[in-house]
Design a protein around this ligand. Structure first.
Ligand code: PEP
Ligand code: MN
Length: 347
């Protein structure tokens, strides 16, 4: 349940409510809104009645949250969350495009890509340093060196960085370089990793598990929020279906579903969602039209030479052309997306 305090509730009244929650064997999570404090009660709340809290001093109302996920639900927070990543707001009017190679391959490659995608209107640079590969003998990423190259690219371009963390033990290291952690599809239910990034305040791009239900996806996000980190951006990246023509099936139904069920922003990854370079533009346009808060796209100066995910990677030139189309689609659905000329003019 959610306990909403009155705007003028005193600190000691809030404390008393928290103490009472703990006494009942439940876990309080204090969330300080701009106007009033809210206490989320985590645990088996059937053991205590709402009245037990509604009579306490300073309590405005007590609301049950019927969904299994609490903190991420729209019931809990009716207004949409805006997640900030290095000065970029995700979840507002602007559709935020994150772009870059699947993997960081060299300093030259990541800097060249960063400058090109920035000029085309991308707001965040992506690039994997730790790659979760299907086979143990596949290229696993440049790891720490890759993080250093990402830092150089950030310095050169000014773009914040989103990069994947695959091991809970690497959270401090990746956190030193990343502006946003990426949790990949294979780790969506790595609960230790979710808890670890949840203990930080850094934004997290949480990708949907390739075989996960919406409920399981939102519960994975709940793990992060329940540790105190509310800066989560959800990402649809395609799921396994019986279709094999595409690498995955991009499930755009998730976009309106998340808008209904949760206050968290949702972005779409048409690169992994299709696995095909030729399909990326169409599904990017569709995602923005469906109401996505942004996109994450794999872009490389020479896509055929990409060490990972070459088949689904578009060139920097294709990316710039796509951004122009996306600006028009965003405009049609009352959103904004910086088109290449605008972003170049802005420097
Ligand atoms: C990636 O972004 O390169 C990646 C590995 O994504 P996913 O976890 O969605 O497969
Ligand atoms: Mn990839």
């Amino acid at each position: 349940m959610i306990i909403v305090m009155k705007p003028d509730a005193r600190e000691d009244w809030v404390r008393a409510v928290i103490d009472r929650v703990e006494k009942e064997g439940l876990r309080p999570v204090l969330l300080s809104g701009t106007e009033r404090k809210v206490i989320a009660v985590i645990g088996d709340e059937r053991r205590v009645s709402e009245e037990a809290f509604s009579v306490l001093k300073g309590v405005e109302r007590v609301m049950p949250v019927l969904k299994p996920y609490k903190l991420v639900s729209r019931e809990f927070q009716p207004e949409s969350s805006i997640v900030r990543c290095g000065g970029v707001a995700i979840g507002g009017k602007e559709c935020v495009v994150m772009a870059g190679p699947c993997a960081v391959e060299s300093e030259k490659q990541i800097i060249e890509t960063a400058l090109a995608v920035k000029a085309a209107g991308a707001r965040i640079l992506r690039g994997g340093a730790f790659k979760p590969r299907t086979g143990p003998y596949d290229f696993q990423g440049l790891q720490k060196k890759g993080l250093e190259y990402l830092q150089s690219a950030k310095k050169e371009s000014g773009l914040p960085i989103v990069t994947e963390v695959v091991d809970p033990r690497d959270v401090p290291l990746v956190g030193d370089y990343a502006d946003m952690f990426q949790i990949g599809t294979r780790n969506m239910q790595n609960f230790l990793l979710l808890r670890e990034v949840g203990k930080t305040q850094k934004p997290v791009l949480l990708k949907r598990g390739m075989q996960s239900l919406y409920k399981e996806f939102l519960l994975a996000a709940e793990y992060i929020l329940s540790e105190g980190n509310r800066n989560v951006v959800l990402c649809e990246r395609g799921i396994r279906t019986f279709e094999t023509h595409t690498r995955n099936t991009l499930d755009l139904n998730l976009v309106p579903a998340v808008k209904e069920l949760s206050h968290l922003p949702i972005v779409v990854d048409p690169s992994h969602g299709t696995g095909r370079r030729g399909f990326v533009a169409a599904m990017s346009r569709a995602a923005i039209a469906a109401g996505a808060d942004g996109l994450i796209l794999e872009v490389h100066p020479a896509p055929d030479e990409a060490l990972t995910d070459a088949d689904q990677t578009i060139s920097t030139i294709q990316f710039a052309a796509l951004m122009k189309q996306l600006a028009a689609v965003a405009d049609a659905v009352d959103r904004v997306l910086p088109s290449p000329s605008e972003s170049v003019a802005c420097g």
